[in-house]
Design a protein around this ligand. Structure first.
Ligand code: XMP
Length: 317
């Protein structure tokens, strides 16, 4: 029978045999999959695993610092690379969602490749690919249809000319979490909502600027913190905020305002392929809306997305 402990033990043995004294490089994202993959490889080869965590400037508020700290606490050999300006420069003026995804994927590969080559003698690229990714890259991004180019770093192994090691590629998400618990990875990492690789870049509709990122980070912060404080975070599969390319009229004191609109989205789902909007309590929505409008400068209206997938995707872009 499959158990996480047996999986860890046999996978670590297998990795030791496969990797020997070789050096491995792995990109951490802050998510469950890459973190669990890293810990397994770390358990097998220790400091010969070199992790790279890139700040693309599109992460949640304070996420880069917090996640980097917890990785260090886990004993990982990890380098944080702040590349925000490179991403913003590549994104300047782009409005089409697929163009934005491609730009983000391309800069990520450039930054990662440069960092990886600064390490001596790296032979392997570690990846947190899980079983559904293997399936999905066949069915969703097949030869004729591309719905969204989710696997935005799909070109990485080819570009790097390295052998690939993917210790999770037979597991489903819930099994990855169980393996993570067996490895004693922080619950704050294991219980995280999914977050897209292009991050806030596909939650800012239209073109991206540092100023818009900062506004959306604040909005998202009040929403996610609100969910946690209300004990609702674990009931929701994924949540986030979208910055809309719309301004609306408001009133503050005697003044007329003309400011931004944000949309909040929270869904329940099993695998992200279908999703229902969450029926969050009105009192909760009222509090979060007040927090956002009172505290985030430049936003005067909050709406809640009540669309299910299909047809409405989880992300707006
Ligand atoms: P959609 O919007 O297609 O999203 O309903 C389904 C799940 O996929 C995530 N998503 C992405 N993840 N790169 C990613 O790594 C992407 O370009 C991307 N687009 C969507 C989304 O957050 C949700 O969990």
């Amino acid at each position: 029978d499959w158990t996480p402990d047996v999986f860890v033990e046999s996978t670590v043995e297998g990795l030791k045999a496969q990797l020997g004294d070789d050096q491995v490089v792995l990109g951490l994202s802050g998510g469950v999959d890459s973190s669990v993959a890293a810990m397994l490889i770390h358990k097998a080869i220790g400091k010969n695993l070199h992790c790279i965590f890139v700040d693309n400037g599109l992460l949640r508020k304070n996420e880069f610092e917090q996640v980097l700290e917890s990785y260090k606490g886990m004993g990982l050999n990890v380098k944080g690379v702040n590349a925000s300006q490179e991403f913003y420069a590549a994104l300047a003026g782009l409005t089409d969602p697929e163009d934005k995804r491609k730009a983000i994927g391309r800069v990520f590969i450039e930054v990662f490749d440069k960092e990886a080559h600064a390490i001596q003698n790296v032979k392997w690229l570690g990846q947190g690919t899980i079983y559904p990714d293997v399936i999905e890259s066949v069915s969703v991004n097949g030869p004729s249809v591309t719905i969204k180019s989710h696997h935005n770093v799909g070109g990485l192994p080819e570009k790097m000319k390295m052998k690939v090691v993917e210790p999770l590629n037979t597991l489903f998400k819930d099994e990855v979490r169980r393996v993570g618990r067996s490895l004693e990875i922080d619950e704050a990492i294991l219980g995280r909502h999914p977050f897209p690789g292009p991050g806030l870049g596909i939650r800012i509709l239209g073109d991206i600027t540092a100023e818009k990122v900062q506004i959306l980070q604040e909005v998202d912060h009040y929403f996610i913190k609100g969910l946690k404080d209300a004990g609702l975070y674990d009931d929701v599969w994924q949540a986030g905020a979208m910055l809309l390319p719309v301004q609306s009229v408001g009133v503050m004191g005697d003044e007329r305002t003309y400011e931004r609109v944000v949309a909040l989205r929270a869904v329940s789902s099993v695998d992200g392929m279908t999703a229902d909007w969450c029926h969050l309590p009105y009192e909760f929505l009222a509090k979060v809306s007040n927090d956002i409008i009172n505290r985030v400068k430049g936003v005067n209206r909050v709406v809640y997305d009540i669309s299910s997938k299909p047809p409405a995707t989880i992300e707006w872009e």
